[in-house]
Write a protein that binds this ligand. Structure first.
Ligand code: FES
Ligand code: FES
Length: 166
């Protein structure tokens, strides 16, 4: 099949590549750009492990073709670290609050939480649970994921995280 030229921005950098028109964005990110932080799970838009941020929206990157991302600005989990290479607030939150076990869902959770906190910097636990409803974790029971996102939210607001009584 003839290949198509795709040009977009990923984590602030202009990138381009050739791909078949049927190639999914998640495969383009992983195979053409070697950004393997974005995981592949179901490839049917159920699990959320492939979530990235595209032009200010959370998108499951198995649900769109790479060619549809032409001209878009994409952020992947690799773009979540601070400029000096230290862990970003969400990464630090997941580390501090034990928001992962096997880690397979974590990049998608972080990318979804990134957009959630942009839209709602001070969410309730229920709002976080609703916000990550499209991201499945088979390990944690979600409680620590919610705490991790609250930890990051507090940090981004310049506040100290206080764990709510359970
Ligand atoms: S791999 Fe995209 S939603 Fe599961
Ligand atoms: S930490 Fe294993 S799937 Fe979420």
């Amino acid at each position: 099949m003839a290949k198509v030229h795709v040009k977009l921005k990923v984590n602030g950098q202009a990138v381009e590549g050739l791909c078949e028109p049927r190639m999914l964005l998640v495969h383009f990110l992983r195979e053409n750009l070697a950004l393997t932080g974005t995981h592949i799970g179901c490839e049917t838009s159920h699990c959320g492990v492939c979530t990235v941020d595209i032009d200010g929206k959370s998108v499951k990157s198995c649900t769109m073709l790479a060619v549809q991302a032409e001209g878009a600005s994409v952020t992947t989990v690799e773009g979540m670290a601070n400029a000096d290479g230290t862990l970003g607030a969400l990464q630090e939150g997941f580390r501090q609050m034990h928001g992962l076990q096997c880690g397979y869902c974590t990049p998608g959770m972080i990318m979804r939480a990134h957009r959630l906190l942009k839209e709602n910097p001070n969410p309730t636990d229920d709002e976080i649970r609703m916000g990550i409803a499209g991201n499945l974790c088979r390990c944690t029971g979600y409680q620590n994921i919610v705490k991790s996102i609250q930890h990051a939210a507090a940090k981004l607001r310049g506040e100290e995280y206080r764990e709510a009584a359970e």
